[in-house]
Write a protein that binds this ligand. Structure first.
Ligand code: ZN
Length: 88
């Protein structure tokens, strides 16, 4: 059950900014990027369809700029096929 918050318009919305949701979205965005090599927009669409959360491209790129454990491992191992990392 997703926690909900009361919006300014009086309707209730999923609490998108709760720490649990943020952590889940963070790992989901990185997972999609690393395992499926999706573009930022594809990640946006996936997050929206799976979580009902609409975010901006800037949000996704911001999330990806924060390294996850996977990012750190890739950076340490310097996997040749992992050439991404520059600004998009
Ligand atoms: Zn990552």
């Amino acid at each position: 059950m997703t926690p909900r918050v009361l919006g300014l318009d009086g309707k209730s919305y999923p609490a998108q900014n709760s720490p649990q949701i943020r952590a889940r979205l963070f790992s989901r965005v990185h997972y999609l990027r690393h395992t499926e090599c999706l573009s930022l927009r594809q990640i946006l669409d996936r997050v929206e369809s799976e979580h009902g959360v609409r975010r901006s491209v800037g949000w996704v790129s911001g999330v990806l700029r924060t390294p996850c454990t996977w990012c750190v491992q890739v950076a340490q191992n310097r996997t040749p096929e992992q050439q991404d990392g520059g600004p998009i």
